[in-house]
Design a binder for this molecule. Structure first.
Ligand SMILES: Nc1ncnc2c1ncn2[C@@H]1O[C@H](COP(=O)(O)OP(=O)(O)O)[C@@H](O)[C@H]1O
Ligand SMILES: [Mg+2]
Length: 708
């Protein structure tokens, strides 16, 4: 698999992933519960709002058309548990009742009807299924006079009626003003309340999601810190960065968008259907003709767009890791004038990503209006059928109005439900990658009960028949054995690739060996507590990494136990103190971004200071002086002989001149120890070392001048 490639399919079972995600979410269950409760209230307020309008229209704005009962006194109505209309005209008292209620003895059924622009009071109720309502006269046999006629199931009914003046009509409505005020207030309260609770809910959810993410990122970072070097050999920086940033973000979506809102969406859908059924079964069924198309198209749309987004996302993470890698390799890019080639690769990725994004945009531009149209079609259907039924009197205007609103409210949760599926998918892929990383064994397993090093460490190092390979089967060190006595200086020489750096990286357990033993003070280093081992062994390498921060921080590496005096003392010993004091902010001078840039020699001195400030008993220098100019090297050499006094020192050096005074020189060749001895002994042997020596002195005069 290429380093830029990202996996998309889920390997863990989804349940296993869920179980682990829940473990992260579990400490926050209380907050989730509050969010769910808030969701219930908000949904209730949202749906209730429309219903309030329906009530306002039917019971108040059009309330005077409701069936009524009339009685001789208001007390009579009250005694039957009815609410007399305030301000009704004439001697009698009236109360509005539901169309299907039973009427107690002595009460008279009446209803106000609007016909041809005038209002009439009819002595009786108009059934919902009636049609052909018209004004007529009572037959002479019944005394003549005004009447209304209508048909139910083909049978005509005639009810006596009388004309109602506009003043009387207003009087019947006088109680409705107060009712509309009350409903208006409730409506406002519902809107404001839902808004406030929504804000609360969203913030609480975000807070919870971010807390969970914080923990996951924290775990990831700690875990990465414990990974062995071979892990970083295998995984590019760019890819790891994407894991910690992008993949955790898709998880955030899961916690903040999906879990609670999924419930909310379902609540809205179920709630709307319930209210619709409560208002009118027929209209509900009519709406259901359209809804399946709406739902089908929505889910299809989401499926298509999800695929487009998935491609775009995969391209984005490739783009990201390509970018990260190129930024860290910028030096090389510019050195070898590869700008154009790198740009071409970037451009290709960038363009594919752009095309994937455009595809999504086009899909959106087609589907979104199509879905909107189906929604409008449902409204049209409602207006046509519902409007006719209102004219007939079978439905109230408020119900039809509420339906048109509810149909639209149906739309959002449907859309977001379809969206949720893809969010869950993305989160699962993200979660899988994150857990995969967390499950990666930290290569350096410590023993259950590691040996703590006894202070003071003597610093004796023994390699016993060590075999080592970075990759199985490719032996880099073959049967290497040597012994370094405490306090002595040992030099490693040999051609590039001979295995010198590998030996050094084994001593502080950046890698573990396959065969043999490495002993520090007679203890197998695999038995020693890692922290103790690494504290005892200080390594200075050729390329010095500087963190963003002050010079003092870079020496002390945020270790609390190291005081300013320690830092200054270390700097003095590596002959860096004078230079640091000449800087404007001295030891507080910032390095890295927006800070001062140090020369290679200065960086190297800083790395010496960094190594010795921790007072390691074993000091290892891997070609630490190779990229320093001759003048600085003299300073560094002096610093070196200074700091190597009293500690075991291992030096890898290209220039043989720098290691002539070593107590012991180990000559490496193709992963094996070729010769061992002091400078004098090795020269006398006239072997490999002798030849190396001859070669170097023939080429350059450095060694001679230094020796002179
Ligand atoms: N991180 C690594 N992963 C795989 N192989 C490596 C790694 N580092 C070094 N090697 C290989 O190990 C061999 C010895 O390298 P090294 O110890 O760096 O040699 P030296 O320091 O003597 O130049 C080389 O063949 C090199 O390619
Ligand atoms: Mg090396």
């Amino acid at each position: 698999m290429s380093i830029h490639q990202e996996k998309d399919a889920a390997r863990f079972g989804d349940w296993e992933l869920l179980r682990r995600l829940i473990r992260y979410a579990a400490p926050h269950w209380g907050k989730f519960l509050v969010c769910v409760a808030l969701a219930f209230v908000v949904v209730g307020a949202d749906l209730g709002r429309t219903y309030l309008i329906k009530v306002a229209i039917d019971d108040h704005i059009n309330g005077y058309r409701q069936p009524m009962v009339a009685a001789d006194s208001a007390e009579r109505l009250r005694s039957l548990g009815l609410d007399p209309l305030p301000g009704a005209p004439g001697e009698r008292a009236y109360a509005r009742v539901a169309p299907d209620s039973a009427v107690a003895g002595g009460l008279e059924r009446v209803q106000l009807v609007e016909l041809d622009g005038a209002t009439y009071m009819v002595a009786g109720w108009l059934p919902a299924e009636q049609s052909g309502l018209k004004l007529t006269q009572l037959p002479e046999s019944d005394g003549g006079g005004l009447a209304v006629a209508f048909t139910v199931d083909g049978k005509q009914t005639v009810l006596p009626a009388r004309s109602v003046t506009e003043a009387e009509e207003s009087a019947f409505q006088s109680g409705d003003y107060a009712g509309i005020w009350k409903l208006g207030g409730l409506f406002l309260a519902a809107v404001a309340g839902a808004a406030v609770l929504s804000i609360w809910q969203m913030n609480l959810l975000q807070y919870t999601g971010q807390s969970i993410l914080y923990k996951i990122r924290d775990d990831l970072f700690r875990h990465l810190n414990r990974m062995s070097m071979s892990f970083f050999d295998r995984n590019s920086v760019g890819r790891i960065v994407v894991r910690v940033t992008q993949d955790t973000e898709s998880l955030n979506n899961l916690f903040t968008q999906v879990i609670v809102n999924l419930l909310k969406d379902v609540l809205v859908l179920v709630g709307i259907v319930a209210v619709m059924l409560h208002m009118s079964v027929k209209l509900t069924l009519l709406t259901f003709i359209v809804l399946p198309f709406l739902a089908g198209l929505t889910f299809w749309y989401k499926m298509v767009i999800r695929e487009a987004q998935r491609v775009a996302r995969a391209l984005l993470s490739r783009l990201n890791s390509f970018l990260a890698e190129n930024l860290s390799g910028m030096r090389i890019t510019q050195l070898f004038v590869r700008e154009r080639q790198q740009w071409e690769q970037f451009n290709e990725l960038n363009e594919s990503h752009y095309r994937a994004g455009m595809r999504g945009t086009i899909i959106n531009s087609v589907f979104q209006p199509a879905i909107g149209m189906i929604g409008n079609f449902a409204v049209a259907l409602l207006l046509w059928y519902g409007g006719l039924r209102v004219i007939d009197g079978a439905l109230t205007f408020g119900i039809v109005y509420a339906f048109t609103i509810y149909v639209r409210q149906f739309f959002n949760p449907l859309m977001s439900l379809a969206e949720k599926y893809s969010q869950v998918q993305a989160a699962m892929v993200g979660a899988e990658r994150i857990f995969e990383l967390l499950d990666e064994k930290p290569g350096m397993a410590e023993k259950a009960e590691p040996v703590r090093l006894k202070e003071p460490v003597r610093g004796e190092i023994v390699f016993e028949n060590v075999w080592f390979a970075y990759n199985e089967g490719e032996w880099v060190l073959k049967d290497v054995s040597f012994k370094i006595r405490p306090g002595e200086t040992t030099a490693f020489v040999g051609a590039t690739g001979a295995g010198k750096s590998s030996i050094i990286q084994l001593i502080n357990r950046f890698y573990d060996i396959q065969k043999g033993r490495i002993l520090l003070d007679g203890i197998d280093i695999r038995d020693i507590a890692l922290a103790d081992l690494r504290k005892a062994v200080g390594i200075v390498q050729q390329d010095v990494f500087l963190f963003t921060g002050s010079i003092a921080d870079n020496v002390r590496l945020n270790e609390e136990g190291i005081t300013r005096e320690d830092v200054v003392e270390a700097a003095r010993r590596v002959h860096m103190d004078e230079f640091v004091r000449s800087l404007p902010d001295g030891y507080e001078t910032l390095l890295g971004e927006r800070g001062v840039t140090l020369s290679l020699g200065q960086r190297q001195l800083l790395s010496f200071a960094r190594a010795i400030v921790f007072r390691p008993q074993v000091l290892i220098l891997d070609e630490a002086t190779s990229n320093i100019d001759t003048e600085t090297e003299l300073v560094v050499q002096k610093a070196l002989s200074d700091i190597s006094r009293g500690r075991t020192t291992l030096v890898v050096a290209h220039r043989l001149s720098t290691i002539q005074h070593a107590d012991q020189i180990i000559v490496m060749h193709k992963g094996k120890v070729r010769e061992t001895g002091s400078h004098r002994q090795l020269l006398a042997q006239e072997g490999y070392y002798y030849r190396l020596h001859q070669l170097q002195y023939k080429d350059k005069g450095i060694g001679k001048t230094l020796n002179a």
